[in-house]
Design a protein around this ligand. Structure first.
Ligand code: AMP
Ligand code: GLY
Length: 422
């Protein structure tokens, strides 16, 4: 089958890469893709949803996979489905689980899914009142999509009030912040859990852990994610069971009951507090960089997972994972996450080492191909070095060996990815 992947990041690269090992897959297209996805398939400079659907029809593409949240929230799945095309991802209505934090929190409350105590409000008086009922730190969240920047952990009541005021006035995040969620701070460890869903049935992927802060020891500003690993030993059967019963099942049942069955990736941001999974947030797509570690762990053909989920037939799929670990280290540009950096040529040492060649690879993200045919770092998160191994330590050592072979001016990366597991 021929497949179109929507998106341009390392996440989409890793999905495309997994599909290149799949005998059932013919041609792969990316829209828009990046400077390296053209080595896995063909990049398309089409953004309009109807124009994309035209291309899919004209070229007999069998399946479209949507990587990022923005096109999902904007309704790409609705456009494709109305035209009878097979697409993997939630409808715009179902994508509100990520698109609106207020929708998500109220949904969790309606279906008794454990989450932090909260209020949603558009009123500064109500915000002040609720803040006074909490102990610091206090979490203030803008309702809409803010590119991962809409959550502030205020260290004092003063700061929480100031943040709430700035959001509600529209000064902080424009329209996306004129309604907010205020919630209690949860103290525990964070997990990224992914369930691939077909509306009714689901497959839970090995639990991962992301590293959101820029610097080692979880210091510095929040980023999109500086590295991840999976499976994490911080999850045991008991936690998986609780997630299944308290979170995934009621969520899928609730979405179905409310007339928006969920198809696609349910990304569950979990805080484990005293052994209990509490939901921080839902996203409706794979995490980036988590996807870059999960795709190489997938033993079954990737097309089976995505296609069967898209057509509502996961029940007939038998999805298996390798009994291995994957660690991914993000290499970012000089001024990430503050501002963009000048393009820098990427040079990768040619090292012939069988063990490394078999167990490491790069998922390219913020890269462009220059007119000279060379690859340049042009985005914030430039690429992810992924290592596989029989232990987390082995996978991590291999990932960092690959990091040592990649050069571009101003490169930065964390040196402690997977530290919580070692
Ligand atoms: P979110 O986009 O809601 O996942 O928030 C981004 C990050 O803020 C999360 O990954 C957590 O690290 C942190 N966070 C969000 N909500 C809470 C909370 N209630 N307690 C503690 N940390 C939180
Ligand atoms: N890595 C976290 C995210 O994709 O939101």
């Amino acid at each position: 089958m021929d497949i179109l992947i929507i998106g341009s990041g390392g996440r989409e690269y890793s999905i495309g890469r997994a599909l290149t090992f799949d005998e059932n897959v013919g041609k792969i297209y990316f829209a828009p893709g990046n400077g390296a996805t053209d080595e896995l398939g063909e990049n398309l400079a089409i953004t309009d949803f109807n124009a994309l659907a035209d291309f899919v029809e004209e070229n007999g593409i069998d399946l479209t996979i949507v990587g990022p949240e923005a096109p999902l929230v904007e309704g790409i799945v609705d456009v494709f489905k109305a035209r009878g095309l097979t697409i993997f991802g939630p409808t715009a209505k179902a994508a509100q689980l990520e698109g609106s934090k207020i929708f998500m929190k109220n949904f969790l409350a309606r279906h008794n899914v454990p989450t932090a105590r909260y209020i949603e409000t558009t009123s500064i008086e109500e915000a002040y009142w609720f803040i006074e009922t909490l102990e610091a730190p206090i979490v203030v969240k803008a309702d809409g999509l803010c590119g991962g920047k809409g959550v502030i952990i205020a260290q004092s009541h003063e700061e929480a009030k100031k943040t709430a005021g700035e959001m509600l006035s529209g000064n902080a995040f424009g329209e996306a912040g004129t309604a907010i969620v205020i919630e209690e701070f949860l103290d525990g460890y964070e997990l990224s859990v992914f369930a691939v869903c077909d509306g009714k049935d689901y497959v839970v992927l090995p639990a991962a852990q992301d590293h959101k802060r820029l610097l080692d020891n979880d210091e510095g500003p929040n980023t999109g994610g500086m590295g991840a690993y999976a499976p994490t030993p911080l999850v045991n059967d008991e936690i998986y069971r609780k997630l299944d019963e308290r979170v995934i099942k009621p969520t899928l049942k609730g979405m179905e009951e409310e007339g928006m069955p969920f198809t696609g990736v349910l990304f569950i941001g979990v805080m484990v507090v005293n052994g209990d999974p509490i939901i921080l947030e839902y996203n409706v797509r794979f995490g980036d960089p988590e996807c870059e570690e999960l795709m190489p762990l997938l033993k079954s053909p990737a097309s089976e997972l995505f296609y069967k989920a898209a057509i509502g037939d996961l029940k007939s799929a038998n999805i298996e994972f390798h009994d291995k670990y994957a660690v991914g280290v993000v290499m970012a540009s000089k001024d990430y996450p503050y501002k963009s950096s000048p393009p820098a040529e990427i040079i990768i040492d040619e090292v012939h080492h069988e063990e490394l060649e078999e167990n490491t690879h790069i998922s390219f993200a913020g890269v462009s191909r220059g007119e000279d045919g060379k690859l340049y770092a042009t985005g914030g998160r430039v690429l992810v070095c992924v290592g596989l191994g029989d232990s987390i330590k082995e996978a991590r050592d291999r990932a960092y060996m690959l990091v040592g072979q990649v050069h571009f001016a101003g490169k930065q990366c964390r040196t402690d990815i997977a530290y919580q597991a070692l």
